[in-house]
Design a protein around this ligand. Structure first.
Ligand code: SF4
Ligand code: SF4
Ligand code: SF4
Length: 301
């Protein structure tokens, strides 16, 4: 897609909302440069308040995590592994005659290190825990398959917060505007209704975030994984939990390594799947209590 100019799905106008086409984001950290333009564009378009200009001192990632006022978060991961065929360690060493290693092999063996930048966002789950838990109908599914919070209907109960398997949605704290309400990425539904691309994808200079039809993106993601693996990125894989009760996500990722390193659960589940066993346990406990009470009356009168 890069180099397609205004023909790129990140730049051209569309009618996905009117045509009821399921859309998504494919995010590829192998081309992300960590510029955070996506975070800034999201804040600007959606007028999301700042959540403190804190400097953690641990990382260049000063945003930290997704939250009520951070709808895009670019993770900065520092990992002690190589990136593809990257040569790590001091360069230009002479051949180590004692170990028998070539200069390149010796350098590769020393201090493997890589930066990985991944722009995280609400996953717009196929089965969304937040939507299922919302008692007011504030959270709805849109024509394009995304999950939208209508803030004027939200009563701030927080049920959605505990029901999100990814820890995305959150209530906005005082003294920020609209404090108490739950907020997260809207998938720029307002922009999409007008045929515009979500702000974060629109500005991404490397097309690490790609917006488009979900089926096209899934095919593109599979192709990219294959391409990277052939280029030495043997730990490249897609993160799209289609096999769990979440039933796939509309914002899916290519990841290098394991999902846990990105704070992504390997097998996320919608909490309501545990309802049946919870009610069964509660019922069994109630019956056992009644029997114990009756026995107590019968034997200790
Ligand atoms: S990631 Fe969380 S907040 Fe986003 S749609 Fe899924 S359950 Fe809802
Ligand atoms: S889709 Fe819109 S609301 Fe969601 S992260 Fe991108 S810019 Fe922000
Ligand atoms: S996803 Fe794109 S806009 Fe965001 S930090 Fe990476 S390169 Fe920059």
């Amino acid at each position: 897609m890069i180099g397609e100019g205004i023909k790129s799905t990140n730049q051209r106008k569309h009618s996905y909302v009117q045509d009821h086409v399921e859309v998504g984001f494919f995010t590829d950290p192998s081309v992300c440069i960590g510029c955070k333009a996506c975070e800034v564009a999201c804040k600007e378009w959606n007028q999301v308040p700042d959540d403190g200009f804190t400097w953690s001192g641990n990382s260049y990632d000063n945003t930290g995590h997704l939250g009520a006022s951070t709808w895009r978060h670019v993770m900065f991961l520092e990992q002690d592994r190589q990136k593809g065929n990257q040569i790590t360690g001091p360069m230009g060493l002479p051949t180590d005659s004692q170990s028998g290693l070539s200069a390149v092999a010796a350098a590769k063996a020393e201090d493997p290190f890589r930066w990985v930048f991944l722009s995280d966002v609400c996953k717009h789950c196929g089965e969304a825990g937040c939507l299922e838990a919302c008692p007011t109908g504030s959270i709805v599914r849109t024509e394009v398959g995304s999950v939208l919070v209508q803030n004027d209907v939200c009563n701030g109960c927080g049920y959605c917060v505990v029901s999100c398997p990814f820890g995305v949605i959150d209530r906005r704290p005082e003294p920020l505007p609209d404090a108490g309400g739950a907020f997260k990425c809207t998938f720029c539904y307002d922009r999409q209704k007008s045929g515009l691309v979500p702000a974060c994808a629109k500005v991404c200079p490397t097309e690490s975030i790609v917006f488009g039809r979900l089926d096209d993106l899934r095919a593109r993601g599979a192709q990219r994984v294959q391409q990277l693996q052939q280029s030495g990125y043997h730990d490249a894989q897609l993160y799209d939990p289609t096999e769990t009760s979440v039933r796939g996500i509309h914002a899916f990722f290519l990841i290098l390594g394991e999902p846990e390193a990105y704070g992504l659960p390997p097998k996320p589940q919608v909490p309501t799947i545990y309802l049946k066993s919870a009610w069964t346990s509660a019922f069994a406990t109630a019956i056992a209590s009644i029997i114990a009470t009756l026995l107590a009356f019968a034997f200790f009168r």
